[in-house]
Design a protein around this ligand. Sequence first.
Ligand SMILES: [Fe+2]
Length: 389
Amino acid sequence: MTESTIEIQLTNASKAKEGFGDDYSAHLPEPTKTRFAKYGIDISKGYPERPSKIPIFLDEAYMIRDAKDPNFVLRGIDADPDKKALFAKAQEVNNLTKHIGTEIVGLQLSDLNEQELDELALLVSERIVVFFRNQDLSPQTQLEIGEFFGTVEKNPVAAQVPGYPGITTIWGKFLRQKRVPNFKKVFGIWHTDLDFEFRATSFSHLHLDTIPLQNGAGGDTAWVSGYAAFDKLSTPLQKFLEGKYAIHRSNQRLFDRDDILSGPKHVERDHPIVITHPITGWKALFVNRSNTTKIMGLEPAESQMILNYLFDVLEKNLDIQVRFNWTVPQQDRMLGASAIWDNRVCNHYAIADYDDQQDQRHGTRVVSLSDPLVYIEGSKSQREALGLD
Ligand SMILES: [Fe+2]
């Protein structure tokens, strides 16, 4: 009997092309090109750029994602509860709903000093998402703000602004390519950004520099409060969930080096289902339909039933949600809009009511990491802490 050898050549399971292998620079919308040119972003080699070596194996991904940051500083914890410096710089501060979402009018994010950014970290922790329109914001300043908030996540797979690994490209035309949304199907899902990280993804900052303008609307984003979702639950269910953990998994899949033939697998993490926010001290529900797969310690059917109920609480209660209509001024479409939100205490949803092959929607996103999520026994819910019950 003769021996035979099978050779397998592996590429990353998402089949993403490395470096500038997938060049969409010719399709970049005008406002994005103008912003990049103004701030010296070099797209001469192509756009966007992916990392030069995308991990193939699970252990590589875990190693990248497990990295600690000894220099991490928790922002907002000592900030002025009245945020006087930040609010003094604004023309208006408008809460968009009772439970979630605040819009700050009349200031430039690029003008904020460290004290004001610290107060903003506290405001985002309390109001969950804060909006700023009419922003002239360079990708570099967006990155600096993210670095102030925590350790900027450097995605080992995602498409990025050339030369800036911490600035991820959010661009439907590129990300979906030939996949055009089918109007008859649901095209979106409530989720939390990067919740398969070992550390918590604290603040996401999405700056849209090009916004779908057909009929002046389209491409909104919605957020829901994890604080308020927790407060919607009965006391016995709250007690049942406290101290339990759930598994969250990545979209990307990678190969197990010791078991390649079983196919690519997700990166998985467990996080507390009820977390205590490190700045506000309030409890929040931390699950989402996109990435949370199982409550640890329960039978699969029990886990699925409870998770589905929790997802419904987050998704069906409009009184604890906010929807943001990204707009730019008609007279100056070179200005963009920013949303900064706290992933520890919300789910969000990108509303695909536009054809991203025709209506361009382009943005840059910076995500900051903080300490791993914890539940602290004896911590209060938002309504308890604010005396609302
Ligand atoms: Fe997201």
